[in-house]
Design a protein around this ligand. Structure first.
Ligand code: ATP
Ligand code: ZN
Length: 294
């Protein structure tokens, strides 16, 4: 019987949909339904373990799962609060679910920088990361540990400030709070323990990681096509962000125009297109790339 690689994923929440989408783009076929704990991937020997995100680092460390996808914030927090060192390390950064763990307070609190926290109360669901920050900065403050709705703590009078995840800042703003310090930046990461996998599982994981790499790269990469005056090809190529040597094709019926095509590994902004046009480029097309393998 083939061994099945097990991947722990958040079942439901802000990490879940993007994690499922990433695996689907990697060619895994599966359906998530009901409240099942395990979902079978139909076309590869892979099972998905669907759990709460907080459990993912310890499941990976304790061999309940071979790898996991989790927010870096949760991994760091679980490592800091674990009784014994958790055997779970980042093997790959995934670039989605970007957020920051910030300290925030209202204007009326008089807290505007972390130095002002001395002797105050800070509400958080991240006692590990916040505790480490306060210790590093030599600040004596009281942690008020909560399970959620941290942003309400100042208005109900149980803390002067909060330490919480921020992405757009809208939740903070709605509660009259302003972030004044970032203590951790986070994105989704692939985690694995130090245990050696069987050769079959390792080969499958290598294949999956190559595909993930391709998916991440192709999301940022664009294919650009344009017509350009021959004498401007060099100047135009220099403007293309992160491109190798472009392909130059003669244009039928034109002596001084060529078609230029290139893969750009960085985002192409409107400003770049305007600069290209100013150099004489015409009929500029920017196309998404669906898959990449180099
Ligand atoms: P669970 O029920 O699995 O414990 P949760 O309520 O702890 O879920 P979510 O709110 O779903 O967690 O967030 C999961 C992860 O998504 C966070 O730990 C963080 O890494 C990331 N995240 C949180 N907020 C945002 C956000 N606003 N935008 C993008 N990613 C976020
Ligand atoms: Zn959680």
């Amino acid at each position: 019987m083939t061994e099945r690689l097990r991947i722990a994923l958040q079942k439901k929440g802000r990490l879940a949909d993007d994690s499922f989408a990433l695996l689907k783009k990697c060619g895994l076929r599966f359906a998530i339904r009901g409240d099942g704990l395990l979902a079978r991937v139909k076309n590869m020997p892979i099972d998905l373990l669907l759990v709460r995100d907080d459990d993912i680092p310890s499941f990976v460390a304790n061999d309940a799962s071979d790898i996991g996808i989790v927010g870096e914030n949760v991994l760091v927090e679980e490592q800091l609060v674990a009784k014994d060192k958790l055997d779970a390390e980042i093997t790959m950064r995934l670039g989605f679910s970007r957020c920051k763990l910030c300290l925030a307070a209202s204007e009326s609190s008089g807290i505007m920088k972390f130095g002002d926290l001395e002797g105050t109360r800070i509400a958080t669901t991240y006692p590990g990361v916040l505790g480490r920050f306060l210790k590093d900065q030599n600040i004596d403050a009281k942690l008020v540990e909560m399970k959620g709705a941290v942003e309400l703590a100042p208005s109900i009078g149980i803390a002067e400030s909060i330490c919480d995840l921020v992405s757009s800042g809208a939740t903070l703003e709605a509660n009259g709070l302003t972030a004044f310090e970032t203590i951790l930046e986070s994105e989704a990461v692939l985690v694995q323990s130090g245990r050696k996998l069987s050769p079959e599982k390792q080969a499958l994981l290598d294949k999956l990681m190559r595909r993930i790499d391709g998916v991440i790269k192709s999301a940022e990469t664009k294919y650009i096509m344009l017509n350009a005056p021959k004498d401007k090809v060099e100047a135009i190529t220099a403007l293309l962000p992160g491109s190798d040597a472009p392909t130059i094709i003669p244009l039928a019926g034109s002596d001084n125009l060529v078609a230029l095509q290139a893969v750009c590994t960085e985002n192409i902004f409107w400003e770049t297109l305007e600069d290209l046009k100013a150099l004489g480029a015409r009929a500029i097309l920017v196309l998404p790339i669906e898959k990449m393998m180099s």
